[in-house]
Design a protein around this ligand. Structure first.
Ligand code: PYC
Length: 404
């Protein structure tokens, strides 16, 4: 691993050129991963990554950094498992420590119906080779000694779906590591470069208009979160997406006591402890559509009270920060990846709802393959944009998150 010296730049600044082979709108983890795999696997390096903010400003810096592959549909399980495997190799591949801790992931069931749903997931997971099984309070208590497994809470814990390979990663390290690797391949990263329009002619997205001028493109990729439908509209493509904020907060650092990700769908809460000792606590999506990235008091109250149902001993812990990321929700709670039928060179990697961060390596890797070879990789075929017209939905709601 090469040492990073104080004056080394992670990525360089560039003049925006008039044309690139690929222009990617959105330089979050999905845009960066697509550029990275295009460059690394297919030698496509004349790429501009455009972002209207600084890197990590959007959903890539506003998530709870949870990785897992214990989904419900076979399509989802295969895809997220491929992503988890890519994450497992990524620190070594990038020469950059992403602080991936595979501490295990527990989805709690507090009702008979919830436990039945977890059982279905466990069985699908196991059939597809994913380490995931139902465990009961005695084992939960052993894995998480501080959780309240008694019958005192309003929703006592009946069982959990235990997924040992799941865990947490340092989200900004992923952004920086990918950006550094892209930069070293000659791929250009352009922060503070906002896409303001897309020029379309002869079924092609010919150029992306930006606040720094027009850029012609062989291929255009929309890898935005939050603004996915707005960018698609610029190209005359409509997306079945609604956008909601998702809030989370972080507490003051505590001594290490929680070595697993804890999720409760019934309580709409998820909790993990970072390497710095802070607790990251997340909520369900806001019930109304909005592009706001601010936290609200009622949601903070809800996160705190739900977390206290599980860990009552945290009652006097202070919250340091609260934030919201914005999530593009699709009708089936599965993403939209691939070329849009309306245009010959316009690809999307969007609709990531509340589960985009964990998907970035696989989405980038296989979208890169589609762009470079023109062939649709099997593993993402089910997520293609035309599935809505064909009524081939991938119903992932039950396992996509806790947050709806
Ligand atoms: O899908 O694991 C998930 C998740 C956690 C928080 C929001 N979504």
């Amino acid at each position: 691993m090469r040492q990073l010296f104080r004056n080394d730049r992670m990525w360089r600044a560039h003049e925006l050129k008039g044309a690139y082979d690929v222009v990617i709108i959105g330089a979050g983890v999905h845009g960066l991963a697509t550029a990275y795999y295009l460059g690394r696997r297919y030698g496509v390096r004349k790429i501009a990554l455009l972002d209207k903010g600084y890197l990590g400003y959007g959903a890539s810096g506003r998530n709870t950094a949870i990785l897992r592959s214990n989904y419900r549909t076979p399509e989802g399980v295969r895809f997220y498992n491929a992503s988890l495997k890519l994450y497992e190799e990524l620190s070594a591949e990038l020469g950059w420590n992403l602080l991936f801790s595979q501490c295990g992931h527990l989805t709690l069931g507090h009702t008979d119906t919830a436990v039945a749903g977890l059982r279905v997931r466990a069985e699908t997971n196991q059939l597809l080779g994913v380490d995931s099984r139902i465990i009961y309070p005695a084992e939960i208590q052993k894995l998480v000694p501080h959780i309240d497994c008694s019958d005192r809470p309003r929703y006592p814990i009946m069982a959990a779906l235990y997924h040992p390979p799941g865990g947490i990663i340092r989200h900004d390290a992923v952004v920086w590591g990918l950006a550094r690797a892209c930069d070293r391949m000659g791929i250009e990263i352009h922060p503070l470069t906002e896409a303001t329009g897309i020029r379309v002619a002869r079924r092609r997205a010919e150029a992306v208009m930006t606040n720094r001028g027009a850029v012609a493109a062989g291929t255009v990729v929309n890898a935005t979160a939050g603004w996915a439908s707005t960018i698609c509209q610029m190209a005359g493509v409509s997306m079945p997406i609604v956008t909601h904020p998702l809030q989370a907060c972080v507490t003051e650092p505590l001594k290490p006591f929680l070595d697993a990700v804890i999720v409760s769908a019934s309580l709409h809460v998820y909790v993990n402890q970072t390497g710095r000792g802070e607790l990251v606590i997340g909520s369900e999506i806001d019930p109304y559509q909005s592009y706001s990235m601010k936290g609200t008091l009622p949601t903070l109250e809800q996160m705190a009270s739900s977390a206290l149902e599980l860990f009552p001993q945290l009652h006097n812990i202070r919250v340091l920060r609260q934030w919201a990321g914005i999530c593009d929700m699709t009708p089936d709670f599965a993403p939209i990846i691939g070329r849009c039928e309306e245009l010959d060179n316009f690809h999307v990697d969007v609709g990531w709802g509340t589960y985009g961060f964990k998907a970035a390596p696989a989405a980038g890797r296989y979208l890169a393959e589609w762009i470079a070879t023109g062939k649709v990789p099997d593993i993402i075929a089910a997520f293609s944009p035309e599935r809505f017209r064909r009524r081939r939905l991938v119903g992932e709601k039950a396992a996509a998150a806790v947050s709806h």
